[in-house]
Design a protein around this ligand. Structure first.
Ligand code: ACO
Length: 323
């Protein structure tokens, strides 16, 4: 049996940190409101010359270094993003070129905040189907470029950044045999489009558009949807919350994360939280959180790790893997 095993990880953040205090000079808000409602204390904002491609490239290079590999060893790049540098070509192909990689293939995936769990699931399917041996899975975003900076209900929530994982085919018995992606549960339902969307695009308005969200409406659905896909992943593998070493959620809002973990009976000390440092970086938030928790030694080889996300569309999903 072929398994997709994590071989390396990396991340990249823009140079500029923007604190909640700085937000107070942009819109009518307060550090206290933002922390209490969301858990966010600061976010990173891309400056001149920093784009989804440049952040994605940096995260990819960090993951290759961490794995002891070069771009020559990769045969597929999947980039999860809703903020590509251009409408086309795909930003993943730009990253491929920046890495000096002129073999193999690359494509972008768009599932907003669920992009990274969709991309992991796709990478796993390519590997298990024998179509790729090593896949660079990147989540990279520059949401600061699609925010309405006059709308306090959205602009305080998001940040920019990138994270990457390398998944590698492993076969047979031995040390890697029980590691890797174990299962995934993905969902989408376009009936919820108006609750979270960008009000422009190449085919509808010919403009880039700005993010619009009915936050309270999204909140109402989030915990139920997240816990459904996590329970499906537990069910498919015969595991339970007690078996889990780490929950690495999409970092949208501390209250959603805590509410989901509580409902599932996952102990708070097993939950990786980075929303305080990064804000909501959409498809980049899970690989950024993984890079933090694997980088500081919390997530160790053999740990059972659940990834989950919910976002625009709505899209939602969970991936269970043994690190
Ligand atoms: N600063 C100060 N006050 C604010 C701010 C702000 N930045 N934003 C809103 N308020 C005010 C509102 O105007 C409102 O005032 P009112 O009572 O006088 O009308 C009050 O605060 C409460 O507003 P609510 O929207 O009810 O606040 P809520 O507790 O729901 O928190 C939040 C808002 C943080 C957006 C929350 O609803 C949320 O996190 N929703 C989910 C968002 C999410 O998870 N998205 C994930 C997907 S992201 C993706 O896919 C791209």
């Amino acid at each position: 049996m072929i398994r997709s095993v994590v071989r390396g990880f990396g991340s990249a953040l823009p140079k500029r940190v923007m604190t909640n205090r700085e937000m107070e000079s942009v819109v009518d808000t307060s550090d206290e409101w933002i922390v209490q409602r969301t858990g966010i204390r600061q976010r990173y904002v891309a400056g001149e010359g920093e784009t989804t491609a440049s952040l994605g490239e940096k995260a990819a290079r960090a993951a290759l270094d961490n794995a002891g590999l070069t771009a020559d060893d990769i045969d597929l790049i999947i980039l999860a993003t809703s903020t590509p540098d251009n409408t086309f070509p795909a930003t993943s192909v730009d990253i491929q070129n920046r890495l000096g990689m002129h073999h193999g293939f690359a494509f972008d995936m768009q599932a907003v905040c669920s992009g990274f769990v969709y991309a992991m699931t796709t990478a796993d399917a390519y590997i298990r189907g024998g179509l790729a041996k090593r896949v660079l899975v990147i989540g990279a975003e520059t949401f600061s470029r699609i925010l309405d900076w006059t709308d306090r209900t959205t602009c305080v929530l998001f940040g920019d950044g990138a994270g990457a994982l390398i998944l590698e085919a492993a076969t047979g018995e031995g040390t890697t045999a029980d590691r890797g992606v174990l299962t995934a549960s993905l969902r989408s339902d376009g009936a919820h489009k108006e609750k979270l969307f960008v009000d422009g695009g190449p085919s509808s308005t010919g403009t880039v558009g700005r993010l619009r969200m009915e936050g309270r409406e999204v909140f109402k659905y989030a915990v139920g949807m997240i816990t459904d896909v996590i329970e499906a992943a537990f069910h498919a593998t015969g595991t339970t919350a007690d078996d889990l070493d780490w929950l690495v959620p999409h970092q949208a809002n501390r209250r959603i994360i805590d509410g989901s973990a509580r409902k599932l009976g996952i102990a708070p000390e097993k939950v990786v939280i980075t929303v305080d440092m990064h804000g909501n970086t959409s498809a980049a938030s899970i690989p950024l959180a993984l890079a933090v928790a694997a980088g500081d030694g919390r997530i160790k080889r053999g740990d059972l790790v659940m990834l989950e996300a919910m976002g625009g569309g709505f899209t939602w999903g969970a991936v269970l893997l043994r690190w």
